[in-house]
Design a protein around this ligand. Structure first.
Ligand SMILES: CCCCC/C=C\C/C=C\C/C=C\C/C=C\CCCC(=O)SCCNC(=O)CCNC(=O)[C@H](O)C(C)(C)COP(=O)(O)OP(=O)(O)OC[C@H]1O[C@@H](n2cnc3c(N)ncnc32)[C@H](O)[C@@H]1OP(=O)(O)O
Length: 194
């Protein structure tokens, strides 16, 4: 059973999300936004290594294979890891809006257990935008892209500036990120294309 809280219901003045003209093309793989990201980075040995792909409109798809390091109960994925996979997929939607945003609220339904070795097929969509607030939903299916829904989530992301990361992050990591030419290009692109 699912009952989304009122905080995740878009207000009356919310508008339909608009795909940015410079959004990644449908079918394009996004690649990691940060090598050390638990959700998508290649530098995290036990990370999810989630690969997100742009879809049509304001939709993304992603796949994540549950590893032994992701267990909660014996042989089954930990719920927090599944919530991370949903969060990461929902976060990747921001690339379609060409904005930077962080998760403010994430509500998750765990519908079926997800065994180790299973591929979780994720699908996410922006549903509404109200000022800095971005509303979105995601599902994770097992047994194939059209298989049984195992997890689902509704989320509220809040748009932030690069200063959110510079002001709150680890200075050493930020310096390293600033020295990565690709990251700097991306951060600049976000700043001039809000
Ligand atoms: C130097 C190099 C840096 C390079 C960076 C470049 C690119 C980065 C690219 C991508 C990275 C981005 C994300 C990572 C990607 C994926 C990972 C998945 C996503 C995450 O894993 S991300 C981590 C977890 N996440 C956080 O770490 C957030 C901690 N948090 C805060 O930092 C603040 O909390 C914040 C900023 C959220 C808001 O703070 P704030 O002061 O800016 O704004 P304020 O509080 O005024 O809220 C404005 C309006 O949102 C409403 N609102 C706020 N929070 C709400 C809630 N929880 N429920 C219901 N409504 C809420 C208010 O009610 C108000 O609504 P209204 O306007 O109607 O009054």
């Amino acid at each position: 059973m699912s009952a989304t809280s009122s905080a995740l219901r878009p207000p009356a003045d919310a508008v339909a999300p608009v795909r940015h003209p410079d959004a990644p093309a449908p079918g394009e793989l996004l690649g990691a936004h940060y090598d050390q990201c638990f959700g998508c980075g290649d530098g995290q040995p036990h990370g999810l290594r989630l690969a997100a792909r742009a879809g049509d409109g304001v939709r993304m798809t992603a796949e994540f294979t549950v590893q032994p390091a992701h267990q909660g109960a014996p042989g089954l994925a930990h719920g927090g890891v599944l919530a991370s996979a949903l969060d990461e997929t929902l976060g990747s939607l921001n690339s379609l809006l060409r904005t930077i945003a962080v998760t403010g609220r994430l509500e998750t339904d765990f519908v079926r257990p997800v065994p180790v070795g299973t591929v979780l097929y994720l699908e996410a969509e922006v549903t509404a935008v109200a000022g800095r607030k971005i509303y979105s939903s995601a599902t994770g299916r097992i047994g194939g892209p059209d298989g049984t829904v195992a997890v689902r989530a509704d989320a509220l992301f809040i748009k932030v500036g690069v200063d959110h990361f510079v002001g709150n992050g680890c200075q050493e990591e930020i310096r390293a990120t600033m020295n990565d030419p690709d990251q700097v290009r991306r951060a600049r692109a976000f700043e001039v294309n809000p």
